[in-house]
Write a protein that binds this ligand. Structure first.
Ligand SMILES: NC(=O)c1ccc[n+]([C@@H]2O[C@H](COP(=O)([O-])OP(=O)(O)OC[C@H]3O[C@@H](n4cnc5c(N)ncnc54)[C@H](O)[C@@H]3O)[C@@H](O)[C@H]2O)c1
Length: 247
């Protein structure tokens, strides 16, 4: 099993269409996590009429340093051309190929409360290679409702319907107390990739990948940096914009 918290994540040597993820068995996880950033930046550059981009400009657009970007892309066999840079369309095709984005993957959302409802209507999935194909919830008041053209089914039907709907990735947006049971259902339905928004650790069998998104963790990390900055500045314990918690 692999479980990770997100926070993050041409003059090409290898032809884009000829590569598969198994061609890159040693691709570092940190590089994989940065590829979507490069892809986003490359699409933006292509949309604004650019054909080529220097490593410095692409690195700036992706928010990384250019040495790291060149190293990342060298793992894919992309070295750019001196004086020209990377050919944008080729690099897009290659990164999409490595990330397996050449086919649109079906996503099931489980839990369509505040967060799940918002995710169900998120246009960014479609434009980035994903399609929400099924919605599940346990609340009888939600079951049968249509959200963004999809009918909410009872979660008890997940194992039956997920394979039929071509679900490749399950997104859990239920309370933490329900998340493990939902993960078990997704696994029973043959889903091997799970994005977990619930604040808990999931136990899954080998071969199932779980990524966790937790905005509170990101805020806590920022809080640590705020805390350190105020300590360095000799400020009082409660900094600007902060309020003491009740004891
Ligand atoms: N990761 C983040 O950054 C982040 C941000 C906000 C919320 N969350 C988490 O996301 C989850 C959802 O938050 P929310 O605000 O949408 O809560 P919510 O209460 O509005 O929605 C939860 C939904 O899950 C459904 N549900 C409960 N048990 C279920 C089950 N066994 N099977 C299927 N559906 C079930 C409920 O009926 C409800 O519709 C919570 O765990 C919350 O802590 C995470």
């Amino acid at each position: 099993m692999s479980q990770a918290t997100s926070g993050v994540g041409s003059g090409t040597g290898a032809a884009a269409g000829a590569t598969t993820p198994s061609d890159f068995p040693d691709l570092p996880e940190a590089t994989v996590a940065r590829l979507p950033e490069y892809l986003r930046a490359l699409h933006q550059l292509a949309d604004t009429g650019h054909d080529t981009v220097s490593s410095e400009a692409l690195a700036a657009a992706a928010g990384v340093n250019s040495a790291k970007l060149r190293k990342d892309l060298s793992h894919l066999g992309s070295y750019g051309t001196r004086g020209v840079g990377y050919e944008i369309s080729l690099l897009i095709a290659q990164i999409e190929h490595v990330l397996g984005l050449t086919q649109r993957r079906g996503v099931a959302l489980v839990g369509v409360g505040n967060l799940g409802h918002a995710l169900a209507g998120y246009a960014g999935f479609g434009s980035r290679g994903f399609r929400v194909v099924a919605l599940f919830d346990a609340d009888p008041r939600l079951v049968g409702k249509t959200i963004n053209g999809l009918v909410v089914r009872h979660v008890d039907l997940l194992v039956e319907f997920a394979p039929a709907e071509g679900v490749a990735i399950g997104v859990i947006a239920t309370p933490a107390s329900a998340a493990q049971a939902v993960a078990d259902m997704l696994v029973a339905a043959g889903v091997t990739s799970i994005l977990n928004f619930a604040p808990c650790v999931l136990a899954v069998p080998d071969g199932v990948d779980v990524r966790k998104v937790d905005l509170a963790i990101e805020l806590q990390i920022l809080s640590f940096h705020e805390h350190r900055k105020s300590a360095a500045g000799g400020a009082v314990a409660v900094g600007a914009g902060a309020e003491a918690l009740p004891r």
